[in-house]
Ligand binder design. Structure first.
Ligand code: NAD
Length: 299
């Protein structure tokens, strides 16, 4: 099956704005693509699974929409069940993810809860173990961002909220899941291209994303002798609810500004999460993958 491509070079995303945290079902067309990949002819083809994650069990934060939804769906196509975490206001999007995962014959447990509290992170691991019978893969993917032009506009409250959302739960979830891990278990963290290019209008967000890269490298060095790999994915501009809910009109108009001349789809990032969770990446740990439309980054 091939459908027409929605994002060709030069394609601009539809400029519209949502309240935070953003909802996929309320995005204007073209909608984000979760389970198809671009063809050379300018269309889309279904993702081709190969039982790479058969029987695996994953926690996926921010799994209701965008990149997290695409990860949950590709994981299901590869045979992995998941527990997805999201904010209570995102229930409708989460139900859609669950429906898609279950169409591929895997389980998808829903857990609407605020990651900013460490006791909630503990509850997430406990619930995943209870529902899935264990955890093999932790995908730290949830994030908050809010664009501001200057440090003088960036409040102390926003600085703390961004760190409380974007990096502290990565530590708590990794810490609480570790006793359940065995050789071959893996953590995959979602960072961004922004710490590599130093995006000024997302100072707090960019700082947390740099912390995620450092956290990935240090945790990998700490855990690799136990056979637990820790890696990181650093997307460029991807068409998800985060974008219309947080970006200014000007930023939306420039959203295709990468060498490929188009934004990416969530499916084009989720493939990195499949690779890093599977045995295909058995000799890779402490590293970053860069699905960013061709932006050359330092390391
Ligand atoms: N979309 C992009 O252009 C882009 C670029 C680089 C990196 N990323 C990263 O990709 C990841 C996924 O984002 P997305 O673009 O798919 O957007 P998204 O809005 O679909 O997903 C973000 C999710 O984070 C979750 N979340 C936020 N605060 C939370 C909280 N306090 N408690 C529980 N859940 C919370 C929400 O469920 C939300 O759906 C993020 O880490 C983001 O920083 C996105």
């Amino acid at each position: 099956m091939t459908t027409k491509s929605q994002f060709e070079p030069g394609h601009k995303v539809p400029v519209h704005h949502q309240e935070k945290p953003g909802w996929q079902h309320m995005m204007l067309d073209p909608k984000p693509v979760s389970d198809q990949l671009p063809t050379d002819e300018g269309g889309y083809q279904p993702y081709k699974p190969a039982e790479k994650l058969k029987g695996k069990r994953a926690i996926i934060t921010g799994g209701d929409s965008g990149i997290g939804r695409a990860i949950a769906i590709l994981y299901a196509m590869e045979g992995a069940s998941s527990l997805i975490v999201y904010l209570p206001t995102e229930e409708k999007d989460a139900q859609e993810t669950k429906k898609k995962v279950e169409e591929y014959g895997c389980k998808c447990y829903l857990f609407p809860i605020d990651l900013r509290k460490k006791e909630n992170c503990k509850a997430i691991v406990d619930k995943a173990v209870q529902c899935l019978g264990g955890v093999d893969i932790l995908v730290n993917n949830a994030a908050f961002q809010n664009m501001l032009p200057d440090i003088s506009n960036l409040t102390e409250e926003q600085w703390e909220k961004t760190f409380d959302t974007n990096i502290h739960p990565f530590f708590y979830l990794a810490k609480y899941v570790m006793p359940h891990f065995k050789r071959g278990s893996t953590i995959i963290n979602c960072s961004s291209v922004n710490p590599f290019i130093g995006r000024g209008d997302l100072l707090d967000y960019t700082s947390t994303k740099g912390a995620i890269v450092a956290f990935t490298r240090a945790l990998s060095n700490q855990q690799i002798s136990k056979g637990i790999r820790v890696n990181c994915v650093c997307p460029g501009p991807i068409w998800t609810p985060l974008i219309p809910s947080t970006m200014t009109t000007e930023a939306l108009e420039q959203f295709s500004g990468v060498p490929m001349g188009r934004p990416g789809q969530p499916s084009e990032v989720a493939t990195c999460f499949v690779f890093l969770a599977s045995a295909d990446s058995s000799f890779i740990s402490g590293q970053c993958l860069h699905p960013n439309g061709g932006v050359i980054v330092g390391s």
